[in-house]
Design a protein around this ligand. Structure first.
Ligand code: FAD
Ligand code: A2P
Length: 364
């Protein structure tokens, strides 16, 4: 069935007025309680611990989104006064035969004053030890948070990252990225300068029946891992009281099977919640697309265009992209093709989705 762009987005918005009113009141109330010191400025630090309600965006209503976003903690720790977090663990996420180096790293945040709080979809800054070539302290690098606000141990005082070591060849020499190498090499007990949290682009909507389509390449899986733990990890569900009932669909791109990140967790969620979770992999160096080229997630988008666009017609569907910047044109092209097969114009539809707070991109 063909829909116009206006029908897809505006038609969805037709449900919204009642929800807007209710959510606006709720969020204003919660925001006032938890963020009395905040202003409309999104960089204001809010030292109070975020509550379950206060920290999510509604996604479908501008007033409630604003109110909810105001209460999301940002910049509690700045580059001049970073928090010193102790490394709890640092281990490889890759299997034998994988390309490169990707680690899961967890930091202890306990003892922070103000408390170091964050929500799913945010990032933290890391300031690597040492100095740059000019003898100045290194600048911070951003990393997407891979844990939920409760941390991997559910005790609420850790944060985890998923870090790929940057390595490239220059003039016949292998160059190691400064911060990513520092992070992949650190040991439990080491202390690391952490700033943030930052970012409001990748927050999850509040509705338990929201649909979440995720496009990730490589370490772009970090925020998605946090979302999926929040949705499907048993201890997490008990702790967060958020009884996810929507459909989540992860498209994951990796060069080899051995490079798939958190794969067994996601397979487990799929086995436990087959109605609520789909997991589609694009393994670029082991699978071919229809043209015989490397299989990328945008090829999987084309294969699943009909279902993806049926989901997008639902105003409760949000789309998240994270990972390689280079994937954006490919995803755009695939979405354009898929849209025109339904009689839609993606160049019109995408800005509408963005405006409605349903299109979320963080690429680097
Ligand atoms: P640097 O030492 O800073 O080297 C990077 C520089 O090397 C580049 O600026 C470029 O000048 C040069 N360079 C890079 N590649 C080449 C090449 N092929 N040829 C020539 N020169 C080159 N990374 C993760 O691993 N996980 C994450 O979850 C993550 N999340 C991020 C979230 C956000 C919002 C952003 C903005 C970035 C994120 N990153 C993430 C990337 C991260 O911030 C760093 O950029 C990355 O780790 C590299 O930093 P580095 O210090 O190791 O490299
Ligand atoms: P490839 O490197 O085989 O070309 P990682 O960060 O672990 O390397 O994973 C990134 C994944 O994203 C790889 O499978 C990589 O494929 C793939 N990739 C590279 N370029 C693009 C692109 N333009 N669009 C989508 N996926 C891409």
């Amino acid at each position: 069935m063909a829909y116009s762009q206006a029908e897809v987005v505006v038609g969805g918005l037709a449900h919204v007025p009642v929800i807007i009113g209710a959510f606006w009141l709720l969020n204003s109330y919660v925001a006032n309680r938890t963020a009395s010191s905040s202003s409309a400025d999104s960089t204001t630090a809010i030292p109070s611990k975020p509550t379950e309600k206060a920290i999510s965006s509604s996604g479908s209503s501008e007033p409630s989104k604003k109110a909810a976003h105001q209460s999301v903690p940002v910049n509690l720790y700045k580059p001049k006064t970073p928090f010193l977090g102790k490394v709890v663990e640092n281990y490889s996420l890759l299997k034998e035969g994988a390309i490169g180096r990707v680690n899961h790293i967890t930091f202890d945040l306990s003892g922070a004053d103000p408390e170091f709080v964050y929500v799913e979809g945010q990032s933290i800054g890391i300031i690597p030890a040492g100095e740059d070539s000019k003898g100045k302290p290194h600048k911070l690098r951003l990393y997407s948070i891979a844990s939920t606000r409760h941390g991997d141990n559910l005790e609420g005082s850790t944060v985890s990252l998923c870090v790929r070591q940057l390595q490239y060849e220059k003039d016949g020499e292998t160059i190691d990225g400064v911060c990513s190498t520092y992070l992949c090499d650190i040991n439990p007990g080491d202390q690391v300068k952490i700033t943030g949290p930052v970012g409001k682009e990748m927050l999850l909507p509040e509705e338990e029946d929201a649909n979440i389509i995720m496009f990730a390449t490589g370490t772009g899986i970090a925020p998605m891992r946090a979302y999926l733990r929040r949705m499907f990890e048993q201890g997490e569900r008990k702790k967060n009281g958020w009884n996810y009932k929507g459909k989540a669909w992860l498209f994951m791109g990796a060069p080899k099977t051995a490079n798939l990140l958190y794969d067994s967790d996601f397979e487990w969620y799929k086995s436990q919640y087959p109605e609520n979770f789909s997991y589609t992999k694009a393994i670029s160096r082991e699978q071919n697309n229809v043209n015989g080229g490397r299989m990328y997630i945008q090829d999987r988008v084309l294969e699943n265009a009909e279902e993806i666009f049926s989901m997008i017609e639902n105003p409760k569907t949000h789309i998240y992209l994270c990972g390689l910047r280079g994937m954006e044109p490919g995803i755009d092209e695939a979405m354009s093709k898929a849209a025109s097969a339904k009689g839609l114009d993606w160049s019109v539809l995408r800005p509408q989705l963005k405006k409605a707070g349903r299109w979320h991109v963080e690429t680097y």
